[in-house]
Design a protein around this ligand. Structure first.
Ligand code: DAH
Length: 350
């Protein structure tokens, strides 16, 4: 092997040993750099005769081209290897299962509210919502609740800043103010027809929502839910209340094996008034009377506050506790579980 072939071979193996681009550039300098072997050989040409220069020069050039070709080939190989390494490092394993987001679900009380809305909706009741910060007038006065009524006590009610002493604001203690808010808007829409004696379409509405009282134990929470119901027309009687509420309870609990009792009671805004108790005929709660709502025929003073003539318009109202209904439906014995936010408890309902 001549000296030039040996040089090319040594360059090839030197390049092959370089495993990074930087090492390769260093190896290149040994052959093609300013002080590299090829450059040195070129310098040696100066001492040769013209014909010798020609043939020697051509041979050196061939060797140089071979070394450059080897260099470029190695460069490509290293770049390729680098790309492969990068692709491998950044590879996504598309066969891995994705990270689960965890499926959410509705709170048990929300499930109850949806159920109440669906059942009353099927009976032709509208759905209304109202403010949780309420005026003293809507919460008490308009509902025929006199100034000395115990429900107005500081011990029962959260008063909030902003109102005057005569007209304080408070967190509504029940959903009953929605009777007035809804009825007033309804009557306003039909005022002309009512005044002309043509009458108005019946008021038939439920109003679910949050309510507040200063109260806290296993069966009372300072924030709780109520759902108000109101049906006012020219011919709506206590019989309709019994029918509607009985139907509701049977649909809600999915049982015809359910007794209802309307126990005489007192509310300022109804006369007569009744507490509604239910009794399961089978299951763990069988035999016990359980209170689920207050109800009654809307008091003439309240009908008057709605802007209607109590001689012509009459109806019933009820207020029930969705929290209580949820406890009964699912057999939950501590109301506070609904508000602890413990996912192990809540997940059971979905
Ligand atoms: N608002 C009453 C309460 O919170 C419940 C109630 C009783 C609502 C009788 C009514 C009703 O609409 O007619 O205790």
């Amino acid at each position: 092997m001549n000296e030039l072939d040996a040089l090319v071979q040594s360059a090839r193996s030197g390049f092959a040993q370089a495993i990074t681009p930087a090492e390769l550039e260093n190896a290149k300098a040994q052959y093609l750099g300013k002080a590299g072997s090829i450059t040195e050989l070129m310098k040696g040409l100066a001492a040769l005769s013209v014909p010798e220069k020609k043939s020697r020069g051509a041979a050196i050039n061939l060797a140089k081209q071979a070394i450059e070709a080897a260099l470029n080939e190695r460069r490509r190989a290293l770049a390729q290897a680098e790309l492969q390494a990068q692709l491998k490092a950044e590879a996504l394993d598309l066969s891995l299962p994705g990270r689960q987001r965890g499926s959410g679900g509705l709170h048990p009380v929300s499930l109850t509210l949806e159920r109440i809305e669906a059942i009353f909706g099927s009976m032709g009741f509208e759905l209304a919502e109202g403010p949780e910060i309420e005026s003293d007038w809507f919460n008490f006065t308009a509902l025929n609740t006199p100034a000395d009524h115990p429900a107005r006590s500081m011990h029962d009610t959260f008063y909030v800043e902003g109102g005057s002493e005569q007209a304080p604001y408070l967190l509504r203690t029940h959903t009953s103010p929605m009777q007035l808010r809804y009825a007033l808007a309804h009557v306003k829409r039909h005022r002309a027809a009512i005044d002309a004696g043509a009458g108005m379409p019946e008021i038939r509405v439920i109003a679910p929502g949050r309510t507040y009282r200063v109260d806290s134990d296993a069966t009372h929470s300072p924030m709780f839910h109520q759902c108000e119901g109101l049906w006012i027309g020219e011919n709506v009687s206590f019989k309709d209340l019994k029918y509607v509420f009985t139907d509701f309870c049977r649909l809600f609990f999915e049982s015809d094996d359910l007794a209802l009792r309307f126990r005489p009671s007192f509310f300022p805004f109804t006369e007569p008034s009744a507490e509604v108790d239910i009794q399961f005929q089978s299951g763990p709660l069988a035999g016990r009377w359980l209170e689920v709502a207050g109800s009654g025929q809307v008091h003439p003073n309240v009908v008057r506050n709605m802007g209607l003539d109590p001689e012509r318009y009459i109806g019933f109202a009820f207020g029930m506790g969705p929290d209580r209904l949820t406890m009964l439906r699912y057999g939950v014995n501590d109301l506070r579980l609904f508000f602890d936010g413990d996912i192990r408890f809540l997940a059971q309902f979905n």
